[in-house]
Design a protein. Structure first.
Length: 410
């Protein structure tokens, strides 16, 4: 069994990693709390590189770290918590008591929670676990770990990371490439455009089939794809169950129950394909239910179902801004009141920022729509209009106007 530990340690020593600094700092801070840290992610976001970066950054002997990456267990030696316990006992006998217990892809170990709960109760180990399927990402974590954990979600490459990693020039060409393929790091090593598209389709198929269909025993795969197509086309607009029901009835001449549609929407949220954003009533300071906006965690998933650049660019830009906001761990809402809509209200503690997103401030009508909606909000919180304009006002009636690429790079 100790051979497994040697193989895992060799993996750490030899693996070249791109350091995703924001996640490294966040993970370091979370570990200091002495809670179990759960790292969640979508597929193909180089999560393992973050874990290896963290281990290397500790700058301590690997004999102080009990590290298991289940993906490296080719012979499937670690089937359940009993196997895990045997390896841990042998690790202690061969080396010493570790300071860290880090298990990558833990969902593939049966009854893994028994092992983690046991060693968390000792309060002398810093524990990090990761998992990529919907079972580990769902609310069942609270049952497994009885609330003794903190989570960190890993997203796909931001535009800033894409520029840093690919050594490309910022601005239109690289930005267009980024939004078409989003950014799975592996795409960088594929030159042919058709091969890139096929790779993306295969990853999307894996996510839908493995993370949703098998998890929830879904029989109607076509319905999932129909709902994804609808959400892709309506990324920027408010959505209700009734609106989706009408779309399915008109387009496919088939009626689905509203309960089924609601369930399928929730299924899409758990593996982080789409994210639901609530409306916020500024006047009454409460969240409004039954109508939401949905944004995609990965633009390339959205584009796989619906993409016409000239028609979709403003939807994609709004989705990109949402992802930047959510990655900075702010609460995000949308506001619609008296026929006015504010794309995002960004709240953290006592801070609040209103954000409008548009493609170009191309006419007086667009300028009035984007700025005057904000001017009608009578409070002193910061208000911003984001656009792709290269020449723009620094302020317009005291509202800031910022280039979207500059904002994504900030």
């Amino acid at each position: 069994m100790i051979t497994i530990i040697s193989e895992q340690n060799d993996y750490i020593k030899n693996k070249e990693v791109y350091t995703r600094a924001d996640y490294l700092y966040k993970l370091t801070d979370l570990v200091k709390t002495n809670n179990i840290v759960v790292v969640e992610w979508q597929r193909r976001v180089w999560k393992s590189s973050i874990i290896v970066s963290f281990i290397k950054n500790l700058n301590i002997s690997l004999e102080k770290i009990f590290y298991i990456n289940k993906e490296l267990d080719i012979k499937d030696n670690i089937k359940d918590s009993n196997d895990l316990q045997k390896i841990f006992d042998e690790f202690i006998t061969t080396y010493t008591q570790p300071e860290y217990i880090i298990i990558d892809e833990i969902q593939d170990i049966i009854n893994w929670e028994k092992f983690i709960r046991k060693y968390n109760s000792y309060k002398k180990y810093k524990i990090i676990i990761t998992g990529s399927n919907s079972k580990l990402l769902s609310g069942e974590l609270s049952t497994y770990l009885t609330w003794r954990y903190l989570t960190m979600h890993v997203w796909s490459f931001s535009y800033k990371e894409f520029i840093q990693f690919s050594w490309k020039e910022r601005w239109e060409d690289s930005f267009n490439e980024y939004i078409i393929y989003w950014w799975m790091p592996e795409i960088l090593f594929i030159e042919n455009k058709e091969t890139k598209k096929n790779y993306i389709k295969n990853v999307v198929s894996n996510i839908v089939l493995k993370d949703i269909v098998s998890r929830y025993n879904i029989r109607d795969i076509k319905l999932i794809e129909k709902i994804l197509a609808f959400l892709s086309d309506n990324t920027w607009s408010l959505v209700s169950i009734t609106k989706i029901w009408d779309y399915l009835k008109n387009q496919f001449k088939k009626e689905y129950s509203t309960k089924t549609i609601a369930n399928y929407l929730k299924y899409l949220e758990f593996p982080y394909i789409v994210n639901e954003v609530n409306r916020f009533d500024i006047k009454w300071k409460k969240i409004l239910e039954y109508v939401w906006k949905y944004y995609f965690s990965d633009i390339w998933i959205r584009n796989n179902y619906w993409f016409v650049f000239s028609k979709d660019i403003w939807k994609i830009l709004e989705n990109l801004v949402y992802l930047k906001l959510i990655q900075e761990w702010y609460d995000i809402y949308v506001w619609e009141y008296n026929w006015m809509e504010i794309d995002f209200i960004w709240i953290k503690d006592a801070e609040k920022i209103y954000i409008q997103v548009t493609y170009l401030l191309s006419s007086d009508d667009v300028i009035e729509r984007e700025f005057w909606n904000l001017l009608k909000i009578k409070d002193n919180y910061k208000k911003i209009v984001l656009s792709m304009d290269k020449t723009f006002w620094n302020t317009y009636e005291w509202i800031e106007n910022i280039n979207i690429i500059d904002y994504l790079m900030s």
